[in-house]
Design a binder for this molecule. Structure first.
Ligand code: E4P
Length: 216
């Protein structure tokens, strides 16, 4: 399973990119708004940091307006992927953009049938939201597994991005469930690096080394 970072914060993107663990970025209107910066300016800066798929989301609700927005966004960089909402208009826009050779990420997926429709409309990626399903007492990882099984049985090439990832357990379970990618907030990536036995191990190695050096 590949890892994308789910943020519009360029400092966090740089930190994750420097670790070499991410190969793409997903943003959404809430994440961009949180940065309080111009949309195009942020997305352009992100393209200079990560050389991989960068999802930028449209905010229109009508297909023709989504396509208009998308055609502007793809001018920013060749790596831009157009994020579209899982609606009838979103599917229409996905179909039009796919025929133009533009990559899409159909987002806000909460059922296997939504994922199947998005895939058939030509989506490059589908983004099922695991965490938001868990929030309402529905098993988010089970949805990822279900989509993964359907895509495998029908040889569907659309990639599954596990989204709305809240913790390390989500990441591990989404990987086991067959997600091609997990898009993860920086805080979760950072926590994934940590283990108290790693810290204790480093402490012990350094202590033993100091003892050895001081004996000489
Ligand atoms: C997906 O691409 C979304 O940006 C994101 O994962 C949403 O997560 P949230 O439920 O934590 O807002």
């Amino acid at each position: 399973m590949k890892i994308f970072i789910d943020t519009a914060n360029v400092e966090d993107i740089k930190k994750a990119n420097d670790m070499g663990v991410i190969c793409g970025v997903t943003t959404n209107p809430s994440l961009i708004a949180r940065e309080g910066r111009d949309f195009k300016e942020v997305v352009t800066e992100i393209t200079t940091i990560v050389d991989g798929p960068i999802s930028a989301e449209v905010v229109s609700l009508e297909a023709d307006k989504m396509v208009e927005e998308a055609l502007e966004l793809v001018k920013i960089h060749k790596n831009i992927v157009i994020k579209l909402p899982m609606t009838i208009d979103g599917l229409k826009a996905c179909n039009i953009l796919t025929k133009k050779g533009i990559k899409t990420n159909v987002t806000l997926i909460f059922s296997a049938n939504q994922a199947l429709l998005a895939a058939r409309a030509g989506a490059t990626y589908v983004s099922p939201f695991a965490g938001r399903l868990d929030d309402i007492g529905v098993d988010g990882v089970a949805l990822i597994k279900e989509i993964s099984e359907i895509f495998k049985v029908h040889s569907i090439k659309t990639e599954i991005i596990a989204a709305s990832v809240r913790n390390g357990l989500h990441v591990k379970e989404c990987a086991k469930a067959g997600a091609h990618i997990a898009t993860i907030p920086y805080g979760v990536i950072e926590k994934m690096t940590q283990h108290h036995l790693t810290d204790a191990g480093i402490e012990r190695f350094l202590k033993d080394w100091e003892g050895f050096v001081n004996k000489k």
